[in-house]
Unconditional design. Structure first.
Length: 85
């Protein structure tokens, strides 16, 4: 059995919306917040999502694999990174 794929899927990520959401969360939480960017930020781009979240005030980033932490470091992000998996 073969399956013919006739369309592509995509997502448009509004990094400004991510930043706004982070700011709202920080205002309510009043505690440090971690951005979980494992699995390429669930397919949304780990580096741009992490960078946007950090610019908005996130303290840490969480990843599942050492290679994901390395990707953030190689992109110049120097925040604390928690390896979750």
């Amino acid at each position: 059995m073969s399956i013919k794929i006739t369309h592509s899927t995509w997502v448009n990520v509004n990094l400004g919306a991510i930043q706004n959401n982070v700011r709202l969360l920080l205002k309510q939480a009043r505690t440090p917040v971690m951005a979980i960017v494992k699995a390429n930020a669930y397919g949304h781009g780990a580096v741009p999502v992490a960078r946007a979240a950090l610019e908005a005030g996130v303290t840490w980033c969480g990843v599942a694999r050492p290679s994901e932490a390395l990707e953030l470091r190689q992109a110049g992000l120097d925040c604390p990174i928690l390896l979750l998996g």
